[in-house]
Every structure is written in structure tokens, then in C-alpha cells.
Design a protein around this ligand. Structure first.
Ligand code: IFM
Length: 443
């Protein structure tokens, strides 16, 4: 018999993000974000889908939170939409937007669920993008103004703050590969965006400390420690470059280690660092959130932009085509634990995309997702035993939702959403979590 045993104070949560679930994109005084714009561009999002309605959580948060409570979740990680709180990007606060999040937090507390708010999960106000967005330094001051409005308006209700979700996606997917908003393909933009996102995080933490609020504040990184295909020198070097370019450019400055030489060399463009920036980025963190889904395998490629490329592997894949590698979570968190000793860690996302269908009995028997979750939770238990300071786990996602460029085709939820009716149906994996959280997880 296998048994999942977690410390009593381990925090069990589930996560979503504003543009992916809220809908009400033209209600409550919200202005347009870069994802509204991007979704309208032909060919950018599957079948021209968008987040206008999404899961309609804006109107259904009561029902959603009730369901979270029935399943026993202790924390809900959601994100605040910048265009809902400061529709002009900076300047006047939209009280209706703030009220929505105050109501959401109060509803969570009514059910004894903590509110974990991510300040930025990719929905930049379009009016700020029109001035250059993350590629221009003014964005850091704009972000400072926005986060201040959030601390002032919600500081008494938020139990855990996350400054920014997945800087890698904001910068590389949005500014280099072009498959996320704003859709650029420019290495100069990318390198500037990396530095401005890092700096915005630091400024947000600094401003938070000045408020005197006490809830913990951290960041969520989708770190990757790609593995070398073989033990050859070339493959090992490719893996080191990949880790430097994809992860260390975010993690190292946070830890006061500056930008790694290997990445600066591979990117070929200097970071626009000004005096004092590196100190600001390294403001003390209360925790690091790590999102983990998969691990890639790499080798050298002289023709590729950063001289490495992905290699095929034998692993089964999810509906995202992402290899299922639970051992990668162990390698990744062991590395983070080594470079950031003592800092509490949370898995702020982990999950499985699957072609779910309502079956004859009206339920969703998502066995593969449960298998994936079991394997990753077993790794968490092993990591904690090995001394890694892992304090909690957030399942991605609570609901099926708008999966960015894939539209609604990819279902990550532990709760199924029938988009035609907005009916929520907990999948078997939701009941699996209920059992794990209640301490019954054995098989
Ligand atoms: O849906 C996304 C989420 O917004 C950020 N992390 C990865 C998830 C799955 O792709």
C-alpha cells in the first residue's frame, strides 16, 4: 500500500488566473488588456476564442468557492486583473473592480479558505502596452502604482501575495516566440522585458514592506532544469545554457546573484541594468512559488538561437504534448533548495491537460490525471523527507478554462466546465484531492 503523508501545516490550494476564468471582460469598469487585443488578432488563438465569458467566475465565484470548501481546499490562488483595478493603467482606482476582489476574499474567508492573490498573471492594460509595455522602463513605476492600489484596497483580506506569475512566459513567449500577448519576436524586447519584469517584482516587494502588512509575499517562477540527453560534454553544456537562459535570469537576480554570465553570453544582448536595480530586485522574499508540469531534454544545436534544442524522449505526454516526468520535479526543487537554501517553497501550479468528457454516468473519470497527480505528490513527500522546505501545493487548475493560445481546447481543471451551460462537475481528480487533503490518500 502506498500512502501520502504530509506535515499537518502543509497548505493545500488550487489556482486560476483572472483572464482565464473571470469573463465579464466588459463589465464592472474593466478596460482592455493585451490578451483581449491578442485574441482578436487572426490566427493567434485557437478558433479566435477569447476570455470574454471564460468560466464566468465574476458572477459565479460564490458557487466556485462553495465547491472548493466541499473539497476541503485551504487556499485559493487567483489573480487580480490590473485593467479591472486601474482601468487607465495608472491613476484613478476603479472601486467596482476592487469591490469584486474584496467580495471574493470575504467569501473565501467565510469558508475558512485563504486568499492567495497574484498581482500580475499576464493581463497588462492595453493602454500601457501602447506605450511599450514591459519593454520600456516606465512600466516599473506603473506597476508600483498598481500594486500600491492593491495593497491599500485588499491588504486586510489577502493572506498570501504573489507579485508576478511566470516571468519566463511574459518575456520569452510574449516577446521572443510571439505565441503569447503582445506577440513580439524580438530579442532586444525580450531582454529588456526580462529586466523590467524582475525590477517590477523587486519594486513591488519593496513597496509592500513599506505598508507594514504582514502576509507573506513571493513570486511564482516556472523554472526549468532541462536535462542533458546524454552524459556527453556537449549535451551537458547545452543543459547548462538552457537552465541559465530559461531559469537563472529570473532566479539568480532575486537571490542577489545578478545575471548569469552564461545567459548574458547566450542572449547576446546586455540587460538594461541601472545603478541600484540589482539591489531592488533582490528585496527579501518570504517564499518562492514554483510551477512544474514537465521536464525537457536538450542537446547542442549550433543553428538554434541559444545553441541548444529539445531532444525526443520516451515519456508519455499529456494533451499539451508535455512529457510526464515526475522525477523532474525532484531534480528541479532539489536545485532550487540548493541555490536558495532556507527560503520556503510552494508548488504554485502543477496539473494535467486531458481530453475530458462527461461519461455515461454523468461523471468524468480522469484516471490519467489522478495517476499524474499521485506521482507528483509522491515526489513532494520524498522532497520534504529529504529536507526541502516545501510548504504547500496548488493544483492547476480548479476549473477548465481559457488556456491562452489554445483557447478552450485544453482542459486542466479538476472541475469540468460545460461551457454551453457553465455547469461545474467535479472530476474524479477533485475527489482524489478531497481524500489527499483529508489524509485518506492511500492505495
Ligand atoms: O494555464 C497556464 C497558466 O496560466 C500558467 N501556467 C501554466 C498553465 C498551463 O499552461
Amino acid at each position: 500500500m502506498q500512502r501520502l503523508e504530509f506535515p499537518d501545516d502543509f497548505l493545500w490550494g488550487t489556482a486560476t488566473a483572472s483572464y482565464q476564468v473571470e469573463g465579464a471582460s466588459h463589465e464592472g469598469g474593466r478596460s482592455e488588456s493585451i490578451w483581449d487585443t491578442f485574441a482578436r488578432m487572426p490566427g493567434k488563438v485557437y478558433a479566435g476564442e477569447n476570455g470574454d465569458l471564460a468560466c464566468d467566475q465574476y458572477h459565479r465565484y460564490g458557487e466556485d468557492i462553495g465547491l472548493m470548501a466541499e473539497l476541503g481546499f485551504q487556499s485559493y490562488r487567483f489573480s487580480l486583473a490590473w485593467p479591472r483595478i486601474l482601468p487607465l493603467g495608472t491613476g484613478p482606482v476603479n472601486q467596482e473592480g476592487l469591490a469584486y476582489y474584496r467580495n471574493l476574499c470575504e467569501e473565501l474567508h467565510k469558508h475558512d479558505i485563504k486568499a492567495c492573490a497574484t498581482l500580475y498573471h499576464w493581463d497588462l492594460p492595453q493602454c500601457l502596452q501602447d506605450k511599450g509595455g514591459w519593454t520600456e522602463r516606465f512600466i516599473v513605476d506603473a506597476f508600483a502604482e498598481y500594486v500600491k492600489a492593491c495593497y491599500d484596497g485588499l491588504g486586510d483580506l489577502v493572506d498570501q501575495w504573489i507579485t508576478i506569475n511566470e516571468p519566463f512566459c511574459i518575456t520569452y513567449l510574449g516577446h521572443l516566440w510571439g505565441n503569447h500577448a503582445p506577440g513580439f519576436k524580438d530579442i532586444n524586447f525580450t531582454v529588456k522585458a526580462v529586466h523590467h519584469v524582475n525590477l517590477a517584482h523587486g519594486v513591488a516587494v519593496k513597496a509592500y514592506r513599506e505598508t507594514g502588512l504582514k502576509a507573506p509575499i513571493g513570486i511564482t517562477l516556472n523554472l526549468a532544469t532541462p536535462r542533458p540527453a546524454t552524459n556527453s560534454k556537449g549535451d551537458k553544456q547545452a543543459a547548462l545554457i538552457a537552465r541559465a537562459v530559461e531559469s537563472e535570469v529570473f532566479l539568480y537576480p532575486l537571490l542577489g546573484k545578478g545575471y548569469p554570465e552564461l545567459a548574458v553570453h547566450a542572449l547576446g544582448v546586455p540587460f538594461p541594468v541601472q545603478p541600484g536595480d540589482l539591489e531592488t530586485i533582490a528585496e527579501k522574499l518570504d517564499f518562492i512559488g514554483v510551477n512544474y508540469y514537465s521536464e525537457s531534454t536538450v542537446g547542442p544545436d549550433t543553428g538554434a538561437p541559444f545553441k541548444y534544442c529539445g531532444k525526443p524522449t520516451w515519456h508519455d505526454t499529456t494533451d499539451m504534448n508535455w512529457p510526464i516526468v515526475p522525477g523532474g520535479l525532484e531534480r528541479l526543487l532539489t536545485w532550487v533548495h540548493e541555490v536558495a537554501p532556507g527560503i520556503p517553497l510552494y508548488i504554485t501550479e502543477n496539473g494535467y491537460a486531458r481530453q475530458d468528457h462527461i461519461e455515461g454516468d454523468g461523471r468524468i473519470h480522469d484516471r490519467e490525471r489522478i495517476e499524474y497527480l499521485k506521482q507528483h505528490l509522491e515526489v513532494c513527500v520524498a522532497l520534504i523527507k529529504a529536507g526541502v522546505n516545501l510548504k504547500g501545493y496548488y493544483a492547476w487548475s480548479f476549473l477548465d478554462n481559457f488556456e491562452w493560445a489554445f483557447g478552450y481546447t485544453k482542459r486542466f481543471g479538476i472541475v469540468y466546465v460545460d461551457y454551453a451551460t457553465q455547469k461545474r462537475i467535479p472530476k474524479d481528480s477533485a475527489y482524489f484531492f478531497r481524500d489527499v487533503i483529508a489524509g485518506y490518500a492511500e492505495w
